[in-house]
Design a protein around this ligand. Structure first.
Ligand code: NAD
Ligand code: ISE
Length: 337
């Protein structure tokens, strides 16, 4: 394949940025068609990259000038569009969460398995982040010994995009933590508990914020994850893997140190777009290269399912007053091994 022709559904914040990334970072790919229910925004994005605006998302997926699709529309649309891409036998990079329910993720897995091959990657771009990759290398090398604990923290300055509810923060934001920790440990979760302190006054009335999740894995690792949508001071993602012989953690931002007005410090990231800029670029670059080689190498529909299931069980725990909820004994289909 000479040039991979990409169609993008959803040209809001991250969709428009992915369109730019295809042009800037991918080798041998071009965006040929874009779709969004917000026609004026999509038309502008189309003009910016020489693509056409396609009013009907299903026509975009089935179009002759589209070889592969990026889904970057709202969470609740992902399942429908992902299923349509699989039916059309088109490679697809679907933004997280894969679907808004674990059942929706299962439908996608079932369709892919029935189709006999992988078409779908989930946009868990932390797997493309150089620092998370270094953590994974340290764990996989065995040099740190067996992992015992993970302490993780996910603080946003304030929610962006769609209005966030308590359930969304567990299922749309915490999914990143659920996925990256499974990936780092190469382990599955056994139980989950979600508790919370009193809610911040900065949170919307429909959002209990922050939330704390405790997980145990089948290999006996314990995790504590903090999710704080209204962290207020900036975007601050932390992760430390504590193991038998050493602990490894993400670095703080490499910025110059200021000493001013009796204080000393460095700037932290304002948001996810800045913190993970390199990871998104690597994600798009690698996805294009893999698709051109006929492969899917990123997070799979199974990973999307496990992340969404974790979010659902976390919500169940909260609704049951912080009960410890066991994961069902779900087996990874051979197809995804
Ligand atoms: P956004 O609101 O800025 O953009 C979403 C766009 O989708 C909007 O322009 C909207 O009009 C469009 N849209 C909604 N329903 C549609 C439909 N049925 N058909 C076509 N277009 C439709 O939101 P965003 O922040 O860009 O988030 C988009 C998706 O990306 C969400 O699923 C979100 O969870 C995900 N996301 C992922 C990351 C990440 O770190 N991987 C970061 C931000 C957002
Ligand atoms: C957002 O949708 C993302 O996916 C970001 O990566 C995450 O940090 C943020 O919490 C979400 O709202």
């Amino acid at each position: 394949m000479d040039t991979l022709r990409v169609g993008v559904i959803g040209t809001g914040g991250i969709g428009a940025a992915h369109v730019r990334r295809v042009a800037e970072f991918a080798v041998g790919a071009t965006v040929t068609a874009v779709n969004d229910v917000n026609e004026p925004v999509a038309t502008k994005v189309a003009e910016s990259c020489g693509a056409r605006f396609e009013k009907d998302p299903h026509a975009l997926i089935n179009a002759k000038d589209v070889d592969a699709v990026i889904i970057a529309s709202w969470d609740r649309t992902h399942e429908e569009f992902a299923l349509a891409c699989i039916a059309a036998k088109k490679y697809v990079l679907c933004e997280k969460p894969l679907a808004t329910s674990s059942e929706g993720c299962r439908n996608i897995m079932d369709a892919e398995i029935k189709g006999g091959r992988r078409y779908l990657d989930v946009g868990f771009m932390r797997r493309n982040d150089r620092w998370y990759r270094q953590l994974k290398e340290a764990v996989d090398s065995g040099e740190i010994g067996r992992p015992l604990m993970i302490h993780a923290q996910h603080r946003n300055k304030a929610p962006q995009g769609e209005k966030h509810t308590t359930e969304m923060s567990a299922q749309a934001s915490l999914v990143h933590e659920f996925d990256i920790c499974r990936w780092l440990l190469d382990d599955e979760y056994e139980s989950i508990q979600l508790v919370h302190p009193r809610s911040s006054k900065n949170a919307d009335p429909d959002l209990i914020d922050p939330q704390i999740v405790y997980l145990t894995t089948r290999n006996g690792v314990r995790l504590d994850l903090e999710m704080f949508m209204n962290g207020w001071y900036g975007y601050d993602v932390q992760c430390e893997v504590v193991a038998e012989n050493a602990s490894v953690r993400l670095p703080d931002p490499a910025n110059i140190i200021w000493r001013k007005n009796g204080m000393c410090g460095y700037a932290i990231y304002p948001g996810w777009a800045e913190r993970f800029a390199d990871a998104y670029a690597a994600e798009i670059k690698e996805w294009v290269a893999n698709v051109k080689a006929g492969k899917c190498c990123g997070a799979s529909a199974w990973d999307g399912y496990m992340a969404s299931l974790s979010g659902e069980l976390a919500t169940r725990s909260r609704l049951e007053g912080g009960a410890i909820v066991k994961f069902p004994d779900v087996k990874k289909p051979d197809f995804y091994k």
